[in-house]
Write a protein that binds this ligand. Structure first.
Ligand code: MOS
Length: 703
C-alpha cells in the first residue's frame, strides 16, 4: 500500500494537554512485562553471593559441594571467571571497578560480588548460593562517617571544581550585623525502585543480547561492549518497561554477570538482584555533613556566604555528593565560598540518587536561610527576594530565566502565607503544635546529544525510534505528544518505539535531561521529515525515514545559567507527647520550562515532593561500625514514606518556556525533591521553636 501526502497538516496542540500513559493499561493489568519475568527458552538463573567482610581477600570459594546440588550448572568466581577489560573510557567515564566482576581476590566492602551460582531454576540457584562457603582473610576496616574525619580530602578529578572562592570570607563575616553558622547532617539514603534490577543475557546470531531494566539501553550496551571487548554493533540492549530507577539503574554488576554466565554456559542466563543485594550493588546517597555560614546586613542583604559539604566515597572509586553546588546558583555575596570534601571508607561507592547534591544541599542551605530570616526578623520569602542575584554568583553568566519569585508569589497566595504569624510555637490543635515553612527549589536544565529516527509509513502512520527510557516518568507518552505536534498529526498516528540500543546513541533518563534531550532529537528528525513530505510524492512500502543527531545543536547552546526553580510550602503538626511529626499539606509551585504532559508532570513533581517528605521524616540507612554492613537492609528496616505518611500534596507551575529548547522544555525529573525537606524542617521549627539540623526528624529527636 502506498499513500500520497501533500501539503502541511496543522499542528495538533498535543503538547500541553493532559494525557494518560500509552502503556498505562498494560501496566495496571499486568500485561506489561518486566525484565525479571519475561520467559526465554533454555533460561538459566544466576544468584549472586556477596562478601560478608568489609575488607580483605578471598582465600577460597568452596564450589565442589555446591556443584553437586540439584540443578546447579556453574559457580563463577575470581578463580575461573572470564577476563574483562577495565581500561577504557565508557559513556560515563572511567568504569566503576565493581563492573570488573570476579577479576581479583580483593574485597573492598561488605556486599562486594564474590560468586555467581547458576542453576536451572531460581530456587535451585538461591539454595546453592546460600550454601556456598567462601573463606576470607579479613583485614581491619573503617566504615563510619563523621564530620571533620581526618582522612577527608578535596577531590580533584571532577568535571566541575570542588571549591569556589571569591572575596574575604572572614572579613565579610566580621562586618555582618547578623551571622548564621550552622551544621547540618543528612544520613545515608537508598533509592529502591519498586522493580529490582534484573538482566537476561544470551548470544543470538553472533550478538550479545540483553533484556534489562535500565535508565539508558545505549549506555549499558556501550559499557558492555567495552568490558567484553566487543564491536559495539554486536551488543543489543533492550529495556521496554522499567519500574523506577532514580539513578540506580545504570550498568551494574548484574548485567555483566548475566553476560559472563551466558558466555560460559552458551545459554540464556538471567540475574535478578534481591532487595537486600541492592543495598550494596546499585549505588546510594552518601551521608553528608554540611556547614553553612551566612553573614548579612540588618536588612537581610548577604555579605558572606559559605557552604562546605563533606560526604563519603569508597576506596575503589571517587564519588562526590555535590551538596554545595546549590549555593553557586541561588545566592550571591561579596565573599562567596563553596567546598566539597570526601572521606574514603570501606563502603560501597555512593552514586547518583535523584537530585544528587541538590537534595541534601538544599536541606542545609534552605534551612540556613530560614535561620537567617528568623535572626533578621524578616519573612523568609522577603529575605530570598532581597537576595535575588543579577547573574550566576559563581559563573557571572546571566540566567536564561529565573522565575523563583514568581513561584514564591503564586505559592504564597495559594498556601495562605500572608496569614502566618511568624512567631514559632503559637498555634496548637489539641496535643499537636502546628507550623508552616517554606524553601526554594532549583535544578540545572541541561540537554545532551541524542539521535532519533522518524519514519513516514506507507499506511499513513509515523514510527519514531529512539533509545529513550521510560522509567515511570511518562517519557514514552511525552515523546509521542512532541512527535505528533512536530509532524502535525494526532498522537494516535504515532508509533513510539523506545529503549532499544539498536535505535542509536541517546541520552539516558538522568540528570532531568531525558525528555528534553530526546524531544530535541525527535523534533529535529520530525521537522525535516515534514519538510520532505510537504514536497509531495509517493511513500514507498518501506516508508521514508529521516534521522537526526543533536550533537552540533547542543554544542552551540549559548553559555547561560539555565535552571528550573520552585517554591515549596509545608504545614506540619508535631505531637508534643510522642514527638511524631505529621505533614498536613504541601504545595510546590515550579518554573520548570514548558510542561509537555500536565498529568504525568504533576505526578513527577508530587513524587519528588514525597521524596522530600520521606527524607525529612523517615529515610535513614544505618551502617554498623563493627561489620561495615547496613543494618536492616530491606524495606522494613529502611522506612520510606508510606501512603499513611503522605497528606494532600499539590503541585503546579508558572509559565516558563525555555527559549533555547525546540519544545521549550527544561526538565522536571528531580526538582520536586529539592527544598522539600527544608520546607518541612522549617515548619517544624515554626511549630516548636526548635531547629532540627539532623535528618531524619525522628520522634526521639523531637522530644
Ligand atoms: Mo538521576 S539521579 O539523574 O538518574
Amino acid at each position: 500500500m502506498t499513500t500520497t501526502t501533500t501539503g502541511t497538516p496543522a499542528a495538533t496542540g498535543a503538547v500541553g494537554a493532559a494525557r494518560t500513559r500509552l502503556e498505562g493499561l498494560a501496566k495496571v493489568t499486568g500485561a506489561a512485562r518486566y525484565a525479571g519475568e519475561i520467559p526465554f527458552a533454555e533460561l538459566a538463573h544466576g544468584w549472586l553471593v556477596l562478601s560478608t567482610i568489609a575488607r580483605g581477600r578471598i582465600r577460597a570459594v568452596e564450589s565442589a559441594p555446591v556443584l553437586a546440588m540439584p540443578g546447579v550448572l556453574a559457580v563463577l568466581h575470581h578463580g575461573n571467571a572470564p577476563r574483562v577489560d577495565g581500561d577504557y573510557t565508557g559513556p560515563l567515564g572511567a568504569p566503576d571497578p565493581v563492573l570488573q566482576v570476579f577479576q581479583h581476590d580483593r574485597v573492598p566492602y561488605v556486599g562486594w560480588p564474590v560468586a555467581l551460582v547458576v542453576a536451572e531454576t531460581p530456587e535451585q540457584a538461591r539454595e546453592a548460593a546460600e550454601a556456598l562457603v567462601v573463606r576470607y582473610d579479613q583485614e581491619p576496616h573503617e566504615a563510619e562517617f563523621s564530620a571533620g574525619h581526618p582522612d577527608r580530602y578535596t577531590p580533584q578529578g571532577s568535571d566541575s571544581p570542588a571549591e569556589t572562592a571569591k572575596g574575604d570570607l572572614a572579613a565579610a563575616l566580621a562586618a555582618s550585623a547578623v551571622v548564621v553558622d550552622a551544621r547540618y547532617t543528612t544520613p545515608e539514603e537508598h533509592h529502591h525502585p519498586m522493580e529490582p534490577h534484573a538482566a537476561m543475557a544470551r548470544w543470538e546470531g553472533g550478538r550479545l543480547e540483553i533484556v534489562d531494566s535500565n535508565q539508558g539501553s545505549g549506555f549499558v550496551a556501550q559499557e558492555l561492549a567495552h568490558l567484553f571487548s566487543l564491536d559495539p554493533a554486536s551488543v543489543r540492549v533492550r529495556s521496554e518497561h522499567v519500574g523506577g530507577g532514580f539513578g540506580s539503574k545504570a550498568t551494574r554488576p548484574h548485567q555483566v554477570l548475566a553476560a559472563m554466565a551466558a558466555t560460559v554456559l552458551q545459554r540464556p542466563v538471567r540475574v535478578v538482584l534481591t532487595r537486600r543485594q541492592m543495598f550494596s550493588l546499585v549505588g546510594y546517597r552518601s551521608p553528608t555533613a554540611q556547614r553553612v555560614r551566612l553573614g548579612a546586613d540588618a536588612d537581610g542583604r548577604l555579605r558572606a556566604f559559605a557552604h562546605h559539604a563533606e560526604s563519603v566515597t569508597s576506596t575503589v572509586r571517587e564519588f562526590v555528593e555535590r551538596s554545595a553546588d546549590m549555593g553557586r546558583v541561588m545566592y550571591d555575596a561579596d565573599a562567596h565560598h563553596t567546598l566539597h570534601q570526601v572521606v574514603p571508607l570501606d563502603v560501597p561507592t555512593p552514586s547518583w540518587m535523584r537530585a544528587p547534591g541538590e537534595a541534601p544541599g538544599s536541606f542545609a542551605l534552605e534551612s540556613a536561610l530560614d535561620e537567617l530570616a528568623e535572626k533578621c526578623g524578616m519573612d523568609p520569602i522577603a529575605l530570598r527576594a532581597r537576595n535575588e542575584p543579577e547573574s550566576g554568583p559563581v559563573s557571572g553568566l546571566p540566567f536564561s530565566s529565573r522565575q523563583l519569585q514568581a513561584c514564591f508569589r503564586e505559592g504564597a497566595r495559594r498556601f495562605g502565607w500572608a496569614e502566618r504569624d511568624p512567631r514559632p510555637g503559637r498555634r496548637r490543635d489539641g496535643r499537636w503544635l502546628l507550623g508552616t515553612g517554606t524553601a526554594a527549589s532549583q535544578f540545572a536544565a541541561r540537554a545532551a546529544p541524542s539521535t532519533a529516527a522518524v519514519t513516514a509509513e506507507a499506511d499513513g502512520d509515523f514510527t519514531v525510534r529512539i533509545t529513550a527510557a521510560d522509567i515511570g516518568t511518562g517519557a514514552r507518552t511525552a515523546l509521542t505528544l512532541v512527535a505528533a505536534d512536530a509532524l502535525g498529526v494526532p498522537p494516535e498516528r504515532i508509533r513510539m518505539r523506545i529503549a532499544d540500543s539498536d535505535f542509536g546513541p541517546a541520552m539516558i533518563a538522568g540528570g532531568s535531561m531525558g525528555t528534553r534531550s530526546w524531544s530535541w532529537a525527535v523534533m529535529a528528525a520530525a521537522g525535516e521529515l515534514r519538510e520532505q513530505l510537504a514536497l509531495g510524492g509517493v511513500i514507498p512500502p518501506q516508508g521514508i525515514t529521516v534521522r537526526s543527531d543533536t550533537t552540533a545543536a547542543i554544542a552551540a547552546l549559548a553559555a547561560t545559567e539555565r535552571h528550573a526553580f520552585g517554591a515549596q510550602f509545608a504545614e506540619v503538626a508535631v505531637d508534643v507527647t510522642s514527638g511524631e511529626v505529621r505533614v498536613r499539606r504541601m504545595l510546590g509551585i515550579f518554573a520548570a520550562g514548558r510542561i509537555v504532559n500536565p498529568l504525568t508532570a504533576r505526578s513527577q513533581f508530587i513524587g519528588g515532593m514525597t521524596w522530600g517528605l520521606s527524607m525529612a521524616l523517615h529515610e535513614e540507612a544505618v551502617r554498623d561500625r563493627a561489620s561495615g554492613a547496613t543494618v536492616g537492609a530491606d524495606l522494613a528496616g529502611y522506612h520510606v514514606a508510606a501512603h499513611a505518611d503522605v497528606p494532600a500534596i499539590e503541585a503546579d507551575w508558572v509559565d516558563d518556556p525555555d527559549e533555547s529548547d525546540p519544545v521549550g522544555i527544561k526538565g522536571i525529573g528531580e526538582i520536586g525533591v529539592v527544598g522539600g525537606a527544608a520546607a518541612i524542617a522549617n515548619a517544624v521549627w515554626h511549630a516548636t521553636g526548635v531547629r532540627h539540623r539532623d535528618l531524619p526528624i525522628r520522634p526521639d529527636r523531637v522530644l
